[in-house]
Design a protein around this ligand. Structure first.
Ligand SMILES: [Zn+2]
Length: 267
């Protein structure tokens, strides 16, 4: 009996020691996590005011902060000139339609993304910016061409139901501009829209990418063509795709992998 008790006591002590060890290890992990620098996101807005760049940024900036990002908001492209700052980022969100970018500003942006910083943006703020800058367009993976009919009703269809960015989402409707894009075939398309031909018969039946992901150098690039005005993000799916795309571009664990190899346009 005595031996047995001692045995139990030993096992209990050993068990406690193991548990204590596990708790210490967990605490160390939590401390390490807390001590790790926050992921930094730089949000740059400006350009054509009709796209409500400030209002759209105000939808996502507080959410990114709530997700644990250190958020900086700039209203000038000169922020791209600060190489040390650019290198320190996990994500750049740009909402800057049309406009001009200087060679030095563009180099700052391209170098950061090539070096591994993520880039994400919606609508013209990313894919209708700096129209004469070809290398910028290579990075984004597409460029706006037209929105036949102006504000119209259309469907968005999920092309990749297995991707974390679009997983669980079903077909949804938009009342907004339906972007007709010139798209780099190397992008991985996550959602599409089909043109009815009502306004331009020549494009009837064209299936056009709405959201895609790609890599540029070491950086992840995510784009959604939804978001003409802030109210477009009242559509839950439009808002959700953008949020998940930003997390993916910032390499937040669990947000998805790099684009799947096997794209026939990538050899
Ligand atoms: Zn627009």
């Amino acid at each position: 009996m005595v031996m047995s008790r001692q045995g139990l006591g030993f096992r209990a002590t050993l068990g406690l020691a193991l548990v204590t060890g596990a708790v210490i290890a967990m605490s160390a992990a939590i401390v390490a996590q807390n001590a790790a620098p926050k992921k930094k996101v730089l949000i740059v807005w400006g350009g054509w005011d009709g796209h409500q760049p400030k209002q759209t940024v105000d939808i996502f900036a507080p959410w990114l902060a709530a997700r644990g990002f250190d958020v900086e908001i700039a209203n000038t492209l000169d922020v791209y000139l600060d190489a040390d700052k650019m290198k320190s980022l996990s994500l750049i969100v740009q909402a800057f339609t049309m406009g001009q970018i200087t060679g030095a500003q563009e180099k700052g942006l391209l170098d950061a993304v090539r070096g591994g910083v993520g880039l994400a943006g919606w609508h013209g703020g990313l894919s209708d910016a700096f129209r004469s800058n070809t290398e910028y367009e290579f990075m984004v993976g597409g460029s706006w061409a037209a929105h036949p009919g102006g504000i119209t009703d259309y469907e968005v269809n999920i092309a990749r139901r297995d991707d974390p960015i679009t997983k669980g989402l079903a077909t949804f409707r938009m009342h907004s501009e339906q972007y007709y894009m010139l798209v780099d075939p190397s992008v991985e398309v996550l959602a599409t829209t089909t043109f009815s031909g009502q306004f331009v018969p020549a494009i009837k039946g064209v299936v056009m990418p709405v959201a895609w992901k790609k890599v540029y150098g070491k950086g992840r690039v995510f784009h959604s063509t939804l978001g003409h005005v802030a109210a477009d993000f009242d559509v839950p799916e439009a808002r959700e795709i953008m949020k998940r795309g930003m997390l993916w571009a910032a390499r937040v664990p669990g947000s998805g992998d790099d684009p799947v190899p096997g794209n026939p346009y990538l050899r």
